[in-house]
Ligand binder design. Structure first.
Ligand SMILES: [Fe+2]
Length: 162
């Protein structure tokens, strides 16, 4: 059986040291996105009350988008030559988003999602700055686009519970 390639030699003009740091940053963003993904689904499944339908639908759009983004970012790690995270423990270890360990009233869980989207936006902003400093324009571009998505997701959730 073919073994897993931990690192590929990549010669696209971005230093290996910078690419390694960016892979670490991407792992943090992926880990945080995974925990957020799970929390969004928790709201999607458990929400009750007058906003049920809108929150149920909105959270579905958000977790589906996150699912694709996680895949794009993990594949970006491979494209810059490093190893993508392989399991939930690794994701959680690197997450800036705290796991949801018990069910709360819908409003409280939505408030937490807003904070989590904001945390991921801040992390993404750090990632963009690192990628720009390393002149990795593709990673900077990928992460920049994600900031807007998280800001919009936070706005929509905020508006629902205001
Ligand atoms: Fe569903």
């Amino acid at each position: 059986m073919q073994s897993v390639a931990k690192e590929f030699p990549v010669k696209t003009g971005v230093d290996r040291k910078d690419r390694r740091e960016l892979a670490k940053m991407l792992t943090k963003i992926i880990g945080s996105s995974h925990v957020l993904y799970a929390k969004i689904r928790g709201v999607h499944w458990n929400v009750v009350g007058p906003a049920f339908y809108s929150l149920h639908k909105m959270t579905e759009e958000q977790y589906e988008d996150l699912n694709e983004a996680i895949d794009d970012m993990a594949e970006r790690i491979r494209a810059i030559g490093f190893q993508a995270p392989t399991g939930l423990a690794e994701m959680m270890e690197h997450s800036v988003v705290k796991d949801q360990t018990k069910l709360l009233p819908a409003n409280d869980m939505v408030k937490e999602l807003v904070e989590d989207h904001d945390s991921v936006s801040r992390l993404l902003r750090e990632g963009v700055a690192e990628a720009e400093a390393a002149e990795d324009v593709k990673t900077a571009d990928l992460l920049t686009e994600r900031i807007g998505v998280h800001e919009e997701a936070a706005w929509m959730l905020r508006a629902t519970i205001s």
